[in-house]
Every structure is written in structure tokens, then in C-alpha cells.
Design a protein around this ligand. Structure first.
Ligand code: MN
Length: 427
């Protein structure tokens, strides 16, 4: 039987930022890193909310560890999303979360975003999680090489986060664990500053976990420290079992083989979207939006599209298909209603305009409401926060952001997308 022999955790603001928007949780057997985003402390709020959920421990219900970890991630998403909807200051906030759990003979993880889990085993240092980032998506599609991705200016843009939408899909996985394994969970402030191989070297050569943790943070800061840096390290040891050492070994092997009773283990199948995160019927917001975004998420989205509150023609069509199967006299009437609904939503979409702007240092896509809002209400709402810092754009592009020119949805989204992918930078 395994247990956590030793652990070390530390977060550091880095050298460029004033705030630390990372949060972590480290109470054996559960360890997590959350990397928040969104201006005006919203990122900090989001990442703290995410780790607060963990204090309640694994949900007390049946099911595999992975399912329960994904439940926790879903619960964190629900709470962050709810707060971001009721509080204008927090609109669009989000966070990553990488959550690991040490079982008796294995380690399980559920994660969303680009905070990573690594394992050092007998001198072999290996990454266990796939990032949900734009660049990793482009690498999977063969449009970028891993080397290009490492240096891509927009490598920190994530395609999945907790908070922006009512439902989110976490990836999860379980690995048999061994005596002496060391695990590292870190925010991208570490891995965007120093190469993976260097992380492995520092970890391997350190004399203790605290030494290793401090060396990693120092190295990230020495390389620029452009982001908040969070590091959690834990080492496992085999403490045998009641039946003695031989029995313990036997169980270990046994369990190791039987670990994947889990339908959604294959990280390789992550693209197919193995996990459904939000427990059915948890809250009104969860259920209302659960069906549609989940279906849409089966395909990992390139830069996150389809933001909340989008005009609804596609859904109306889907409804149309369903209705047709009902052969009742009211069918004609229903079809008429649907035609009107589709016409109305098309009108709504045509009346809705967008602009690219920024109110917190990041490029955002805004939607202008097609009607006069009562005094005091914002006439526009954030339709999509991009994560591209305004300060990193060349002056000509910055002007495109600050001029607030009204555009069609597609036009505005293309512009943001081009900024995200760096496609504009040659012009
Ligand atoms: Mn970060």
C-alpha cells in the first residue's frame, strides 16, 4: 500500500506580475494547482474558489476515483461560473485546475487547462497530462511542431478553463504508482520559463523535495519569471499491508492490472471527449446548458468559440429535427412557430454587432446588445475573453483593439483569432 511520504509546495509571484493568481491545495492524499485568469483580481478569486471546493474532500458517492475527481472539477466550475455571472467585476474569470489523488496503489488525475502533472520514476521524468492550449491543439493538428509550440508567443492561451461556461469537460486518467515515485504539479509559470528537460534535471539532482521545489522556482525566476510560479512535489513510499510484504506486492500487481475499470481513462482519447463533468441535474444553470455545450465540446475547440449567450439558430434547427418526429395535428403550428423563431433569431443575429476591445489589458471580443438597455446597464458584454495581452501586440494591431470599430461576429472573431495565433504579426 502506498502513501505520501513527503511533500513540498510553494507559490511565487514571479518577477513580472504584481499579483499572484495561482492557488494550490496540498493535503495528502489530494494535491492541486489552479492558475487563475481575468483582470482586477478575478483570476485570484477563480483559482481560490477552485481549490476551496477540495476542502470538502472526495464526493461521498459511488463511482471511481476519477469520476469523483471530475465531479469536484465540475463543482468548482459551477461555482466559479455562477459568481462570474452575478458579479460584473468577475465576468469572464477563469482558472485551470490539475487535481491529483493518491490511492492505495495508483495515482489519479483530473484536469482542465495547462497546469501539468509530471512523474519522476527511477530517473525517468515524464509528463502525464496533455495541455488544453491553442498551441497543443495546433500541434495535434500538425500545424505546429512541438518545438515551435514551445516558443509560440501565444503558448499560454488555453482552450478549456473552469468558469467561462456552465459546463466543462475535464480529462482524467489513472496510473499504477510505485514506491519512490515523485510527482510534480506545476502552473505554466514554471514550464513556460524553463524547458521540460531542465525541470527533470533539477528534480533529479536535488537532495530533497524542498531543495527541488526551491531550485525550480529559482530557475523560472532566473529565466525571467514572467508569470506566477507554483510547484507541488510529493513522493510516495510503499508501507506494505496488513498481510506482510509479500502480500503487499501481490496486491500491488493485482491492482495495477485491474486499475482501469474506468471507461474514460485513455488520455489519448481525450480529443474524443471522454468525460462528462457536471453531475446531471446539479443546478439550474448546470442542467440548462449541459446538453448543448457538452455535445459541442466533443470536438476540442480551436480558440474557444461559441461563447455563452450566442444567437441561437443552430439550436432552433436541432429542435426542428426533433419536432418533425411528432406526428400530431399541432405539428403544422409548431413548424410555423419554429419558422418565426428562426426568423427572429436571424434578425437578432443580424442586429447584433461586435467589437474588439480591452478593458483590463487583454484583448476581448464584445457583443453590443441590439436594444437600448435601461440606464446603468452596460450596452455591451464580453462575448469572449482572449487572453492575448494588449501590451504584446505591435502598435498597429493595438490600434485595431482600441478603435472599437463595430464588426460582424465572424469578422470580429477572425480578428481576435488572428491575434491569438499570431497570424497578423507579419502584416
Ligand atoms: Mn500562469
Amino acid at each position: 500500500m502506498l502513501r505520501v511520504a513527503d511533500h513540498f509546495e510553494r507559490t511565487d509571484t514571479g518577477r513580472a506580475r504584481r499579483e499572484n493568481e495561482d492557488s494550490f491545495y496540498a493535503r495528502s492524499p489530494m494535491f492541486a494547482v489552479a492558475d487563475g485568469m481575468g483582470g482586477a483580481q478575478a483570476g485570484e478569486v477563480a483559482s481560490q474558489l477552485a481549490v476551496e471546493v477540495l476542502q470538502e474532500g472526495l464526493p461521498d458517492r459511488g463511482g471511481s476515483i476519477e469520476e469523483r475527481l471530475r465531479d469536484l472539477v465540475g463543482e468548482a466550475n459551477t461555482r466559479i461560473n455562477a459568481l462570474s455571472r452575478t458579479d460584473d467585476q468577475r465576468a469572464g474569470m477563469g482558472t485551470t485546475m490539475t487535481l491529483a489523488y493518491v490511492g492505495e496503489h495508483e495515482v489519479s488525475v483530473a484536469h482542465v487547462g495547462d497546469s501539468r502533472l509530471y512523474r519522476l520514476r527511477e530517473g525517468t521524468f515524464e509528463r502525464l497530462t496533455d495541455d488544453h492550449t491553442l498551441v497543443e491543439e495546433l500541434v495535434r493538428q500538425g500545424k505546429l511542431t512541438p518545438q515551435e509550440a514551445d516558443h509560440h508567443p501565444q503558448r499560454s492561451i488555453i482552450t478549456r478553463a473552469l468558469g467561462p461556461e456552465a459546463a466543462v469537460e475535464a480529462d482524467s486518467h489513472t496510473w499504477p504508482a510505485r514506491d519512490g515515485d515523485v510527482y510534480l504539479i506545476c502552473s505554466d509559470g514554471l514550464t513556460s520559463m524553463i524547458p521540460e528537460a531542465r525541470v527533470g534535471e533539477l528534480l533529479t539532482s536535488a537532495r530533497s523535495l524542498p531543495d527541488a521545489g526551491r531550485a525550480l522556482i529559482d530557475a523560472a525566476n532566473a529565466a525571467g519569471g514572467r508569470d506566477n510560479i507554483t510547484v507541488i512535489l510529493f513522493r510516495l513510499e510503499d508501507v506494505g499491508s496488513v498481510g506482510g510484504a509479500a502480500a503487499a506486492q501481490d496486491t500491488t500487481e493485482h491492482e495495477a492490472v485491474s486499475v482501469p475499470p474506468e471507461p474514460a481513462t485513455a488520455a489519448g482519447a481525450a480529443a474524443a471527449g471522454p468525460a462528462t463533468v457536471v453531475a446531471e441535474g446539479r443546478t439550474a444553470s448546470g442542467t440548462a446548458a449541459a446538453g448543448e455545450p457538452r455535445a459541442r465540446r466533443r470536438q476540442p475547440r480551436p480558440p474557444p468559440g461559441g461563447p455563452r449567450g450566442e444567437p441561437r439558430p443552430p439550436r432552433a434547427e436541432a429542435g426542428d429535427g426533433r419536432r418533425r418526429r411528432r406526428r400530431v395535428p399541432t405539428g403544422v403550428l409548431l413548424s410555423l412557430c419554429l419558422v418565426v423563431a428562426i426568423a427572429l433569431s436571424a434578425w437578432y443575429a443580424s442586429q447584433t454587432v461586435y467589437f474588439v476591445g480591452s478593458n483590463d489589458g487583454f484583448v476581448r471580443l464584445y457583443r453590443v446588445l441590439p436594444y437600448d438597455a435601461p440606464a446603468g446597464l452596460n450596452l455591451y458584454s464580453v462575448n469572449y475573453p482572449s487572453g492575448v495581452p494588449l501590451s504584446e501586440l505591435p502598435p498597429a494591431q493595438r490600434r485595431l483593439v482600441t478603435e472599437h470599430k463595430l464588426r460582424s461576429h465572424d469578422d470580429a472573431r477572425d480578428l481576435v483569432r488572428q491575434m491569438e495565433t499570431g497570424a497578423l504579426s507579419t502584416s
